[in-house]
Design a protein around this ligand. Structure first.
Ligand SMILES: NC(=O)c1ccc[n+]([C@@H]2O[C@H](COP(=O)([O-])OP(=O)(O)OC[C@H]3O[C@@H](n4cnc5c(N)ncnc54)[C@H](OP(=O)(O)O)[C@@H]3O)[C@@H](O)[C@H]2O)c1
Length: 343
């Protein structure tokens, strides 16, 4: 079957291989808890090209060749005997566990990761949801934010509001949790950002230092690793989650297994050093590493069906241009870059 694999660690798109000879998972050997899915579309997240370019090599071993990416939308073709929530023909979305890849025609995936596709979206739009949206929501859970509390007086800051995570985080915080939300985008994205989240405070980070505009922020979801500047805008007692700073080795161990022993003290030191300004400012800090989970994805799908959250698509690329899609994903994108896997 067709697949896009990482054959060697190299600068995108050099190590990638668009092929027709990748082995299909066996429908006959489906485990009781698995679904057999025909992939319709896949979306790109930075972790995909970071893996392809060998950026995770110091902390974990990734055997090659490997199918690239983790996010997909598709149609269930068969279900294992213990599957309860899905049947043949259902449209689904999933962020695969790190052992498999989504840029291939068919996958076998455990039911616990899978969610029904929102009924108001196309396969291309829906493929953009899983990793980015779950990261946003799991960060809010990690921070103990409560959508049922009165958050109307509370301020949140999420930089890069039209990046993959930012677009979901800003909408969920404003439209579901009821926070006052501020974000940063580059100049030509300011109007698009205001259109997506009416009432949001938008700072053009290309022309304006956001630390001169924002203050007394209660919650930050850091998507850029800019912890030292974020420390200047938080109030004492604020909560800050990062998904883009240096992860602590304990967090890496939970998701990827323990990093090599000689790297651990370096990571611990860097993580501590980067987050020091936040602790000095009286904020509580933690790094969040997303873990796929259908319950989280179910909530997001419901908000999308209710019109509270929209998916922003930067571009949709046909299968033959899948490698070019990865080149695009490293440019100044607005929303999600999608690959059509099915013809
Ligand atoms: N820990 C986790 O589980 C987890 C999960 C998801 C993502 N991440 C990480 O989080 C980061 C963001 O991911 P993403 O999917 O949102 O990325 P993305 O979709 O690739 O978004 C990147 C966007 O951020 C904007 N940007 C870059 N630097 C900026 C800055 N200093 N201020 C404001 N905007 C800026 C760029 O827009 P302009 O060109 O217009 O500036 C770019 O389009 C990545 O490092 C990713 O690896 C981690």
């Amino acid at each position: 079957m067709r697949a896009l694999t990482i054959d060697s660690f190299a600068k995108i798109p050099e190590g990638l291989n668009l092929r027709d000879d990748w082995p299909e998972p066996s429908k006959a050997e489906l485990k009781p808890t698995e679904l057999f899915v025909k992939v319709a579309a896949s979306s790109i997240n930075p972790v995909d090209w970071k893996i392809a370019e060998g950026m995770l090599k110091p902390i974990t071993t990734i055997p090659l060749p490997k199918v690239i990416s983790f996010d997909l939308s598709g149609t269930v073709e068969a279900v294992g005997s213990a599957v309860t929530r899905f049947k043949k023909g259902d449209a689904i979305i999933v962020r695969l566990p790190t052992t498999d890849g989504s840029c291939q025609e068919y996958v076998a995936v455990e039911e616990k990761y899978v969610s029904k596709m929102p009924s108001n979206l196309s396969f291309e739009e829906a493929a953009g949801i899983p990793l980015a949206a779950q990261t946003a929501l799991q960060s809010f859970d990690d921070a103990g934010l409560d959508p049922n509390a009165d958050n109307s007086g509370k301020k949140a800051f999420v930089p890069a509001g039209l990046g993959g995570v930012g677009l979901f985080a800003t909408q969920i915080l404003k439209n579901v949790y009821g926070f006052q939300v501020a974000t940063t985008v580059s100049t030509n994205k300011v109007e698009k950002m205001k259109e997506l989240v009416p009432g949001i405070e938008v700072v053009d980070y290309k022309t304006t230092d956001y630390t001169t505009k924002l203050s007394d922020v209660d919650y930050v979801l850091d998507t850029t690793g800019d912890l030292a500047n974020e420390a200047k805008i938080v109030r004492k007692g604020a909560v800050v989650n990062s998904i883009a700073a240096m992860p602590d080795p304990d967090v890496i161990s939970k998701r990827l297994g323990p990093p090599p022993f000689y790297i651990r003290p370096v990571l611990r030191c860097l993580s501590w050093w980067q987050s020091r300004p936040l602790r000095s400012a009286g904020a509580t800090y933690s790094y969040v590493w997303m873990e796929p989970d259908h319950k989280c994805l179910d909530k997001i799908s419901k908000w999308i069906e209710d019109g509270k959250v929209k998916v922003v698509v930067d571009s949709v690329h046909p299968w033959k241009d899948a490698k070019e899609a990865f080149v695009r994903s490293k440019q100044s994108i607005t929303g999600k870059v999608i690959i059509k896997v099915e013809n």
